[in-house]
Design a protein around this ligand. Structure first.
Ligand code: PGA
Length: 252
């Protein structure tokens, strides 16, 4: 399957940012989205506290709403946690799992991430599974070995284009303003594509692979031109409608 056949996805990860008043920014995104990025799917992942109001505001628009994490169990004595079913109940259609901040700050292993991806599927959500190497791993020449290990450990069986998106996010590029060279992105994405197809069969050809880490309107076009880059996962720049829409404009 060629890149042209995979519909790009621009996903915004708001992280722990946003209060009720932030719905004004969402409205600007919804309104602006009518004019940009017609060839792409657009997704905003606000904090869990805003999913319900965002999903209601975005109903009928081009903007889908997703979660940033979920617990693997559907319900139970897990104080403070949120299940995939709860996210779906609020109107989410996707959930990010295995973001590097979760892997680092909450010690999430590949096995935990795999269980969360399976929970997303159980609840009918698309799992956006994040992988990526640290600076030390890159400098040690371990990048592809790390990506292979994370893919093998983090993906449940039963992968499809509808239920899975991979986000390649070099940890050292997140929130730093640094990005890998186009050649390095191309190499990582080609490796990820080959690994998913080798492990999960031809369905892996249709799975979208996003690049994430310091994506801005100024570098979005260059990144989207790279083979096997099927969109982006945007952190900081997704908080401002003008920046998020500026990135989406690269996919018009
Ligand atoms: P950034 O974050 O765009 O702020 O670098 C990306 C991410 O963590 O998903």
């Amino acid at each position: 399957m060629s890149q042209l056949e995979r519909r790009p996805l621009i996903a915004g990860n708001w992280k722990m940012n946003g209060l009720k008043a932030s719905s004004a920014e969402l409205v600007r995104i919804i309104q602006g989205a009518a004019n940009v990025g017609a060839g792409a799917d657009l997704l905003i992942c606000p904090p869990a506290t805003l999913i319900m109001s965002f999903a209601e505001a975005a109903r009928g628009s081009r903007i889908a709403v997703g979660g940033q994490d979920c617990r693997a169990e559907p319900s139970g004595a897990f104080t403070g946690d949120v299940s995939a079913e709860m996210l779906a109940d609020l109107g989410a259609t996707a959930v990010i799992v295995g973001h590097s901040e979760r892997r680092t700050l909450h010690q999430e292993t590949d096995a935990v991430v795999r269980a969360k991806a399976a929970a997303a599927w159980r609840a009918g959500l698309t799992a956006i599974v994040c992988i990526g190497e640290t600076r030390a791993e890159r400098e040690a020449g371990q990048t592809l070995a790390v990506l292979g290990r994370q893919l093998d450990g983090s993906l449940p069986a039963g992968v499809s284009a509808a239920n899975l998106v991979i986000a390649y996010e070099p940890v050292w590029a997140i929130g730093t303003g640094l990005t890998p060279t186009s050649g390095d992105v191309a190499q990582a994405h080609e490796f990820i594509r080959e690994r998913i197809v080798a492990t999960h069969g031809e369905a892996g050809q249709a799975v979208r692979i996003l690049y994430g880490g310091s994506v801005k309107p100024s570098n979005a076009r260059e990144l989207m031109a790279i083979a096997n880059v099927d969109g982006t996962l945007v952190g900081g720049a997704s908080l401002k409608a003008t920046d998020f829409l500026g990135i989406a404009a690269a996919y018009s």
